[in-house]
Unconditional design. Sequence first.
Lengths: 252, 281
Amino acid sequence: MTPPVLRCRGLRKVFGGHVVLDDLDLDVTEHEVVALIGASGSGKSTLLRCVNLLEEIDDGTIELDGEHITDPRTDPDLVRRRIGIVFQAYNLFPHLRVLDNVTLAPVRVHRRDRAEAEAQARELLARVGLAEKAADYPDRLSGGQQQRVAIVRALVNSPRLLLLDEVTSALDPELVGEVLAMIRDLKADGMTMVLATHEMGFAREVADRVCFLDGGRVIEEGPPEQVLGEPTQPRTRQFLRRIIEAGRLQVG
Amino acid sequence: MSLTDHHPSPIARQRAAYRKRQTVRSVLVAAASTGVLGTLLVLAVTGSPGWVRVRESFLDPRIARAALPEILTGLWLNVRLLFFCALGALALGLVVALLRTLRGPVFFPVRALAAGYTYTFRGLPLIIVIYVLTLGVPGLRLRGMPSVLVLGGTALVLTYAGYLAEVFRAGIESIHPSQLAAARSLGLTYRQTMRHVVLPQAVRRVAPPLLNDVVALQKDVGLVSLAGPIDAVRAAQIATAETFNFTPYIVAGVLFVLLAVPLIAVTDWVTLRAARRQAAR
């Protein structure tokens, strides 16, 4: 049996005496889309950053395709080349044009021919409707456009796993749709994804599985209809009630 | 509706006319006040009891013309020294700054050395460094000892690299960690991240203070004349000693200012262009 794309076991992460991840387990199989939900500070972002080795875990193991990537002997740069991450605040490079933002890693990291990398980048940008923005600097783009560029930048490396850290949280409501549409297309293409999100409606639509994080653990997980519709855990119910009161999730 | 076939409403036209009147008024007020202040200053200086004597000993055109060739020869030395010392100090400063930002226990000695360097050479008076290098080092009588000029230039590079390193470091540390995270997440190594993401942004951000130090260096390169070579200020000093007239100093001073103007203008232009390209809509 092939191992899952991502397997986390007993993850623990402590920031200055505050336990952010506490004995957390999570499996993600190929082509699966997993949505992480939970209140601010429940550990969603930290989990994603740990998986991408941007944070060092304090205990537990993370496996990527059966390989222990948290082994201190692994080269984190090689691991990160197989995992894409998109951040809440886009984190585009302001001094580089859109096209150069996208081709930086293919050219410098994967040592690919620049012309070939640019052709691929242009094609990807065109597919998300940003072909004519290739020569612009990121600051001239809207938030939604910047976030789509950031996703393209992560995709151009053909990652095995794509991590999306609240990618719509910094966007104006009318720009959220264009980014969500892009993620929908990625799912249709079979991309394996873990996304931390506050968009419950979107989680229900796109996720194969929803994990509710609380106090640094996955305390409830299952198909979106079950976790979001008929949660069994009192903490999940309490969280979803607050979300519904805030108008972020339609009842039923 | 396009931009061209918009007809401003009467109220917009009134506002525009009012702003135009205000602009004309401000220009007139500025011109008048400048004229009045300038006249007062000229009158105060030229009307002072010692003006005739001061004019003779500081602003004598005949002496200025006589001293100019010597001062220009000295200035050419300043220009050459400035060019090589600025390049050397910028390069060394950048290297020291990069060493100071290295993380990890392996690099502790390098880090400590780089920190010690900036502490020492920022604290040490330049004159002492010049004396040690130009008078002390040749005393070792090593073979292939470079000229006094090169040793003096080295003293300048060592001292200014200390200042420039701190400017570079401030720039590097001002780049938000999220930029590093984004670069590393794409698989870039630490070196690639520095080279392609952090440094281009950092250097652009600290270009004005870097230039500030280069202008300061321009004035300090003349200190190598302590060890013998004749720069513009030293040439002016010699001319002054010959004529008992201070005009050569004024000549040298004016030349230094003229030398700094293009340097400052170029950097302002580069900084502005980068900012406009990135941010303007």
